[in-house]
Design a protein around this ligand. Structure first.
Ligand SMILES: [Zn+2]
Length: 298
């Protein structure tokens, strides 16, 4: 299936036509994920993050979390790294089966990219690593891809390009299902509940992390076998959410309104929360891992 020239042409065409819709949470979603993460960085990680950030960020990670979407034209190779679709109607994710680009090159997907940039950043104290990789870019890619891997339709079906090929009426607007999840649910929430103020929405999510979701939230950062990062778990959760919430009652040509919006908004909010909390936990592990090891060995 992946080798079909027709398939490649279609996918390439959709990339050209639908960008930025295919490339992840919209700007608000990425900003929210990274802003939430900032609140959970420990001192050590925050210091390294600030060192690595470009001057244009003025010390604020959230302000540059959409950068990988902005440079997609210059970095064409990076387009495949924003998602990892599954075969049609498969509600599970498998790294070996699903992590590849349209040409079938292995590891070129969002989970592969998260492993890769985590590895690069883990060598931040090693002069050879520092000269070989651009760790500023690695930080921005990693932070962005933590957002993407938590957007359920970035683990959608291959056949509809993660919902991009499913036309939808969102209230009175024509769009597609992927964009509903990237932007429309968040935009409608901002207008309906937060006076169009993203800061208010982020504060509300932060309150939920500390209160309503707190017992649940304490488990979000756990990775099996004490690994630094576990994107396969995040991707598995996302395809389950895609099947259960995104695709359900949203067939081609559907009109989605209050019922879909109000029942899916809590899913989106929790995904933004999880993305942020997990990004912070990962950066904390990356940037203090060696220090902790040194203490343990002393
Ligand atoms: Zn993206």
């Amino acid at each position: 299936m992946y080798g079909s020239r027709l398939w490649l042409t279609l996918r390439e065409l959709v990339f050209l036509l639908l960008i930025p819709g295919i490339l992840g949470w919209g700007e608000e979603g990425h900003y929210a994920t990274c802003k939430i993460a900032e609140g959970y960085l420990n001192e050590e990680a925050l210091a390294v993050v600030k060192q690595l950030l470009p001057a244009s960020a003025k010390g604020d990670l959230a302000s540059v979390c959409s950068w990988p979407d902005d440079i997609r034209k210059q970095y064409r190779w990076s387009s495949a790294l924003h998602f990892a679709d599954t075969p049609d109607f498969k509600c599970n994710y498998e790294y070996c089966r699903d992590c590849h680009d349209t040409a079938g090159n292995k590891d070129r997907c969002v989970t592969g990219a998260i492993y890769n940039y985590t590895k690069q950043l883990s060598g931040y104290q090693d002069p050879i690593v520092k000269s070989k990789y651009n760790l500023t870019e690695a930080l921005l890619f990693l932070s962005h891809f933590f957002g993407d891997v938590h957007q359920p339709l970035h683990m959608g079906y291959l056949g509809d390009l993660g919902g991009n090929l499913i036309p939808i009426h969102w209230y009175d607007k024509n769009t597609n299902l992927h964009r509903v999840w990237d932007d429309m649910i968040i935009d409608s929430a901002l207008k309906s509940f937060y006076d169009s103020d993203l800061r208010k929405m982020i504060q509300d999510i932060q309150r939920k992390i500390e209160n309503g979701w707190s017992s649940d939230a304490s488990t979000w950062t756990i990775c099996e076998n004490n690994r630094i990062v576990c994107p396969d778990l995040y991707a598995s959760e996302s395809i389950i959410s895609a099947c259960k919430f995104a695709y359900t009652n949203a067939t081609s040509g559907s009109t989605l309104g209050d019922e879909y919006f109000l029942s899916r908004l809590p899913v989106v909010e929790k995904k933004l929360a999880k993305g942020g909390v997990r990004l912070a936990a990962t950066l904390n592990r990356i940037f203090s891992y060696k220090a902790k090891l040194a203490v343990a060995e002393a």
